[in-house]
Each structure stands twice: as C-alpha cells, then as structure tokens.
Design a protein around this ligand. Structure first.
Ligand code: PLP
Ligand code: COI
Length: 341
C-alpha cells in the first residue's frame, strides 16, 4: 500500500474521510467486540439520547510519523482514562481503557496510508467518541451506546501555524463551578459556539474564559489550556477544577521541569497578573503550543514582549522539545510513546 496522494503540507484542521473506522456497541450491559468498518454513516433513532439530551463525550489524539519512519501515538492511555472520567460524569458506561488503546492502534493501522509523512507538518488526528443511541424521551441516561474512532489527517489548528495569535477575554462563561468543564463532553463545545463565532466576527482567533463565579481567574480557551512564562523564566499554568486536564499541558509541565530544568507552578492565575507575564501560549493536541501575542480585554490590550511574529524563547524550547519527543528526535519519558508500526 502507498501513502495517499494528499497535499500534506497544506492541510488545515479539517475533516477528510479515511477508509476505516472502529465501531463498538453497548447493549444489555456489555460492549461487543467491536469491528473496523468502511461505513462512515451513523444510523440511530430520531429519539436517541445524544440527539435529545446531548449525551456524548469524545477525545482527541494524534498519530505521528517519526524521523526513523515509525508510526506512533502520544500517551493514548491518558486519553483512555480521561474518556472514562468523561463517560462516568455523563452516566455513560466506561469503555475499557485497554480496549480503547487497542482500538486506537487498530484504527491507525487500518488507515496507515493516511498518516502524514515525517517533516510534512501534518499528523493523523484520531477522534474517539461515544453517544447514547437508543430512544430516550424522559430525561435519563440511555441504555444503549455506540463507541467509535475515526481519523483524519490534519495540519495546524490555527491558520499560520506557529505565528502568535490574538485572543479576547470572553463575556461568556465556559463552565460552571461543579459543572462539566473538566470533562470532554460535546455539550461544553456546543455552548461555546456562540462565543467563538462572536470572537471570530470581531477579528480574534480565540476566547480566554475566566472563572464563572468571580470572573477574576484565568481558566482556558475553547479548546486548549494556558501556559504562561514569568519574566524570570518560570512556567505557570492555571489550576482549576473546571478546566479540561490537558494531556499536552501535563506533558509540557513535565518537560519544563524534568527535561529543561525550569521552575514550574500549577496554581490559581488571576487575570490581573497576566499583564506581567513574559510569554503566553495555548496548549492542546490540536493546538500543540500556539503562542499568544496579544490579549484584548474590553478596550485594553495586553501585548506580550515576544510580539506578533514569533514564539517567545521559553515557549519555543517547550514546543521544540515536545514535538521532538513526538516525532522521535528526542528520547521520550518512559511510557509516553505507543508504537503502532
Ligand atoms: N481544553 C479544552 C477545552 C480542549 O478541548 C482541549 C483539547 O483536547 C484541551 C484543553 C487540550 O487537551 P489535550 O492536551 O489533552 O488535547
Ligand atoms: C483537541 O485538541 O484534541 C481538541 O479536542 C480540541 C478541539 C477543540 C479541536
């Protein structure tokens, strides 16, 4: 088999249908074996739990071609465990974590010709997800579920790749205290759509959400956690129960501390102190690390010293080290790389 004829270097973050996807169904209290299928269509009841009450959770991870030609995934076990947490919070059955990782491997293997080549700047994005599939009309959890994983080759999430972006402090809230901000549920993204469309219309790339209770603390964006760098080189990330525990952010904090020897802090970050940081970045699977050049806050602008042309020096070191590990140029901490082929 040969690599598909795709213009890998010019891909954006979009959906391209690939050949195979993994599907498993939950019925009568048990998951079936699961199969790979070429059928990309989902047929469910008009009254399915997902359609009526948004009972759906998902994950996002990537497969990479390494410098020496292997295909690998980055920490899929952490996606498996976060997926289990998301499912439990929405009263859905847990998809066994070991089978989640096996299904990721099977899906990548079945679509190996869609894994972008090393050096192209593109990766294969995997989207595991689960939804309530049987009819539900009273408000209650479904009894039947479908788990699926599809994959699609992608380029950078933000146009311009590693160029700094401009974000705005949102007037909308993303997650309530004691709500669902810490899990990857479709409902968190549905309610962010109006906020992101508004931000785009106003010329901003993303939103910075503050905590809903006091609007004084930095939470995250619609699809990534924040990393800040202090003027004396410390890496700081917001701690909050209502943000998604980003696997990229957790990995970067380890990279910063154990590989780069930097001081790190996970703590409450007040919006008031953001103007004093030297660098700001968004981190996530899709975003990798996207540098933030400017934050707009109701008529005031915070401009980071690194400017609008390039990443700040610490952000760049973090970016190079993380992508070096993912692409096999640097040795990975134990257990971070799952070899597919
Ligand atoms: N925060 C939100 C709201 C997200 O949707 C994502 C994407 O998955 C992240 C953070 C980053 O998480 P991760 O690094 O695990 O992809
Ligand atoms: C990811 O980074 O995998 C995400 O799910 C973010 C999403 C907003 C594209």
């Amino acid at each position: 088999m040969d690599k598909k004829n795709i213009d890998w270097s010019n891909l954006g973050f979009g959906y391209i249908e690939t050949e195979k996807r993994f599907v498993s169904n939950y019925k009568n209290g048990a998951w079936d074996e699961g199969v790979l299928t070429e059928d990309s269509k989902v047929v469910i009841s008009e009254c399915a739990g997902v359609l009526q009450y948004a009972q759906t959770v998902f994950e996002g991870l990537k497969a990479y071609t390494t410098e020496d030609g292997k295909v690998v995934c980055f920490r899929p076990d952490l996606n498996a465990s976060r997926f289990a947490d998301s499912a439990s919070r929405l009263e859905m059955p847990v998809f066994p974590e070991d089978r989640f990782v096996e299904a990721v491997v099977e899906t990548v293997k079945a679509n190996i010709d869609y894994v972008p080549p090393y050096g192209s700047g593109a990766t294969l994005y995997l989207r595991p997800y689960m939804f309530g599939s049987n009819p539900v009309i009273g408000v209650k959890p479904a009894e039947e579920y479908q788990f699926r994983i599809f994959c699609t080759p992608v380029g950078p999430y933000f146009k311009g790749g590693a160029k700094p972006i401009t974000i705005k402090v949102s007037d909308f809230d993303r997650a309530a205290p004691h709500g669902t901000g810490h899990i990857k549920a479709g409902l968190n993204y549905a309610m962010s759509l109006h906020a992101i469309v508004t931000a785009h219309k106003e010329g901003f790339d993303e939103n910075m959400y503050l905590d809903a209770a006091t609007r004084t603390k930095v939470e995250e964006t619609g699809g990534a956690n924040f990393l800040f760098v202090t003027k004396d080189g410390k890496v700081v990330t917001p701690k909050s129960d209502s943000i998604l525990p980003s696997i990229t952010r957790r990995s970067l904090m380890t990279v910063a501390k154990d590989i780069l020897g930097l001081e790190v802090e996970e703590r409450t970050v007040y919006f008031e102190e953001v103007k004093d940081f030297a660098e700001c970045g968004l981190c996530g699977t899709a975003a990798v690390i996207s540098p933030v050049g400017k934050i707009y806050d109701h008529g005031n602008e915070i401009c980071f010293p690194s400017g609008m042309e390039e990443m700040g020096p610490v952000t760049k070191k973090l970016y190079d080290t993380l992508t070096g590990i993912q692409m096999g140029r640097l040795e990975a901490p134990k257990g971070w790389i799952k070899e597919i082929q």
